[in-house]
Design a protein around this ligand. Structure first.
Ligand SMILES: O=P(O)(O)O[C@H]1O[C@H](CO)[C@@H](O)[C@H]1O
Length: 306
């Protein structure tokens, strides 16, 4: 049963005055909880201490909020979700987005949502270049087919019933991300722009599904974020999403024909069957840990410019 007041009272009991009204919310994606390492005067509030909260079951996701001050000078009061909830863990969509609504009610105005994602776009490789994508739009088949976090009775009549999403990703926050990359002297290629496709998971995409999403216009794919974006927009927050590219989904060689290989074999040629590259969550976490420091600097720089 939703009870924002009980959740908020429990959280506030942990916080000194200066952290009671966080201005910026941050959601840490897989392997990215290190984003909170730079917070000053940090206070950790475990989800299990907050009525109404689920707990995260995914490796690389802690189950706590981190409150603190971020940026130069006195710092801006911020709150980070160290670990998020995914529908594939068995959480309802309303539980998945509950922390976002709580952050809005605590006073958050801008939210920076991060995630680990697979690349569908050959121009966005994994590794030393194009490792982050500033999301400019999304493609969410689940939303279009009945798995929308805004389905059901409205949590408040102050919120819009029919939420427009043509402006989901704040141009001014996206601008700050690119300016931050410039200030941090990152290579131009470190930050790309693109469309995030939301899938339910927990299986990774087949090559055909990857090609389908690519042809439909997506650049990266992941199993989170979009329910949070919808709830944040509904609550009136400015939203930015940063994806860390951890692996490739669309691999050109996948459709080598076995039929042709057999024909070659029967003609006396030595053939080697294709071996598909297989993605794993361990690989996703490794890249997350490697790049969390850069992501943290970008986020800190954005917060400084707000
Ligand atoms: O989106 P985040 O939570 O960063 O995690 C991504 O990594 C996991 C798969 O490796 C999935 O949960 C996917 O959504």
């Amino acid at each position: 049963m939703v009870n924002f007041e009980a959740s908020i009272n429990a959280i506030k009991a942990f916080l000194p005055d200066k952290l009671q009204h966080p201005r910026v919310g941050i959601v840490c994606g897989s392997g990215l909880s290190g984003l909170a390492d730079e917070f000053k005067d940090i206070v950790i509030v475990p989800y299990k201490e907050i009525p109404g909260f689920a707990s995260s079951t995914v490796p690389g996701h802690k189950s706590a909020f981190a409150f603190g001050l971020l940026g130069n000078g006195e710092g801006v009061p911020v709150v980070a979700m160290l670990g998020r909830f995914h529908p594939y863990e068995g959480h309802s969509l309303s539980s998945v987005v509950y922390p976002i609504r709580v952050m809005a009610k605590l006073g958050v105005k801008d939210i920076i949502i991060t995630n680990a994602a697979g690349s569908l776009n050959p121009a966005i490789p994994v590794g030393t270049s194009k490792f982050f994508v500033v999301v400019q739009d999304h493609l969410a088949l689940p939303n279009l087919t009945g798995m929308n976090p805004l389905l059901g009775p409205q949590t408040s009549f102050d919120l819009p019933r029919f939420l427009p999403l043509s402006d989901a990703y704040s141009p001014s926050l996206r601008r700050l991300a690119f300016l931050a990359a410039h200030r941090l002297q990152l290579k131009d290629s470190a930050l790309a722009e693109g469309v995030y496709a939301w899938v339910s998971g927990p299986s990774y995409e087949t090559p055909a599904e990857g090609r389908f999403l690519r042809q439909a216009g997506a650049d990266v794919v992941g199993m989170s974020t979009i329910p949070e974006v919808l709830a944040a927009k509904e609550e009136g927050l400015n939203v930015m999403v940063l994806s860390l590219v951890t692996n490739f989904v669309v691999i050109p060689d996948t459709y080598r024909s076995i039929k042709d290989e057999v024909k070659a074999e029967l003609a006396g040629k030595k053939v080697e069957l294709p071996v598909a590259q297989v993605v794993s969550h361990e690989e996703v976490l490794t890249i997350g840990k490697e790049k969390a420091g850069v992501l943290m600097k970008i986020v800190e720089n954005i917060v400084d410019s707000l």
